[in-house]
Design a protein around this ligand. Structure first.
Ligand code: GLU
Length: 423
């Protein structure tokens, strides 16, 4: 194995987390493991400079990225993240997780991801639009409906996707809706896309709760992150009779032993931009979040949140990874020893990219499905994917994460082998 010159020495970085996850699956890959080095090398990484004229006339420069980790099974697919801590290495890891996720769900895509090192909350709407348009132009040569299809991620939304679609279309001279997914519905977006990731967390959580004999009625759930993923999952679990006893976001940690009123909190968050100041629960300190007794924990924020220390003291039976890469490999081992089941990100949060796939198919055929059709197909694909992974984990006697990697990496490496090396 040859190490990449542009990777940092930080052992807890998302890229290192991804590499250890790959290491753990190698013994189960049989003959195709000969091709495994391909998983350790992103195919293509583009770094772009984005000069932005601010509303006050000054100019600032932002760093942007698009990484295509692997294209063996189809065009690149994956979101674009706007966050001040984005780095090339983080985007590499996120793109690799998309490769594994698309293969685990058997979607006909490779994996890609993009990002800009920016705090979007500090920009005006016009500045955000100019930033997005320049970024799209800069990465324009490597994206396209058959090349690489961006989508929303942390800090981006349907409006950002509309600007990306428009910019790429303007530059190529024809309206091309299929170049990005997660667009507004009247611009070729899909019904059900906004809620799809949170819905997938709920659907996979429901299947796994049943397997481990945990009734959803009155079960206690803690959610970290109350954005598009956490708030939707919270709403669906609350409708199923679960009690959302703790919610944390960047601004606050809220606790209520009888369950927080989720529609009220969602409305508060919509109006105020965060959960801070909500009166229907007690505000506690951030660390307290990890010490309560729950049945289910849903990390739905950023990477690296479940550390060894937190894994050692968590009191729950099931972890549903709404975020990408929330659990460090050392913490994975501790959770396994403690008999806490983890539904891994590459299955648990794959509802978003699954409905992105539906959106891409609908854009090509210019024929749009009803929300019911979308949700029925989404639930079916996710339940089947999780059950296949569950069976694999039973056969190999490994965690659901390693089982998901076994299913996915086998598909990726078989495609790699069959395509062969060019020239
Ligand atoms: N950003 C989402 C993810 O991490 C969705 C990607 C997509 O729809 O392409 O899965």
């Amino acid at each position: 194995m040859s190490a990449l010159s542009y990777v940092s020495a930080d052992n807890n970085s998302p890229w290192k987390t991804y590499l250890s996850q790959v290491e753990r699956v190698l013994p189960y890959l049989g003959e195709v493991s000969r091709w495994a080095d391909t998983l350790r090398h992103p195919k293509r990484a583009l770094i772009v400079d984005i000069p932005l004229e601010m509303d006050d006339g000054s100019v600032r420069h932002f760093e942007g990225y698009r990484v295509q980790h692997n294209l063996s099974r189809g065009p690149g697919k994956g979101g674009v993240r706007y966050h001040p801590d984005v780095t090339l290495e983080e985007v590499m890891a996120l793109s690799a997780w998309m490769t594994v996720k698309c293969a685990a769900l058997n979607l006909p895509f490779g994996g890609a991801k993009g990002g800009i090192r920016v705090d979007p909350r500090e920009l005006s709407l016009k500045e955000l639009e100019r930033l997005t348009r320049r970024y799209t132009s800069e990465i324009g040569t490597i994206i396209g409906p058959q090349q690489d299809i961006p989508a929303p991620d942390v800090g981006t939304n349907p409006q950002v996707m509309a600007w990306m679609m428009d910019t790429w279309s303007m530059n190529t001279g024809a309206t091309s809706t299929g170049v990005v997914t997660g667009k507004p519905v009247h611009l070729g977006g899909s019904l059900g896309r906004v809620k799809a990731t949170g819905r997938g967390v709920f659907v996979t959580g429901r299947v796994m709760a049943l397997r481990i004999g945990l009734p959803l009625e009155n079960c206690r759930i803690a959610i970290q992150g109350f954005g598009n993923v956490g708030s939707v999952a919270a709403g669906l679990f609350a409708e199923a009779g679960s009690l959302i006893t703790a919610v944390q976001d960047h601004s606050a940690t809220l606790y209520h032993p009888d369950g927080i009123d989720i529609p009220a909190l969602t409305e508060w968050q919509r109006q105020n931009g965060s959960i801070s100041g909500f009166k229907g629960a007690t505000a506690v300190n951030h660390d307290a979040f990890w010490g309560y007794d729950y049945d289910i924990l849903i990390p739905a924020a950023l990477e690296g949140q479940i550390t060894a220390e937190r894994a050692g003291k968590l009191r729950c039976r099931l972890v549903l990874e709404g975020a990408n890469g929330p659990t460090l490999p050392v913490a994975d081992d501790i959770l396994r020893e403690r008999n806490i089941t983890v539904v891994p990100d590459v299955i648990c949060n794959a509802g978003g990219v699954t409905v992105s796939y539906f959106e891409w198919v609908q854009d090509f055929s210019s024929f749009f499905w009803s929300e019911d059709e979308i949700n029925i197909r989404l639930d079916h694909i996710m339940e089947q994917a999780l059950l296949a992974v569950w069976q694999k984990s039973q056969t190999l006697k490994v965690t659901l994460r390693t089982a998901a990697y076994a299913v996915a990496c086998e598909r990726i490496l078989i495609a790699r082998k069959e395509r062969g090396i060019y020239p």
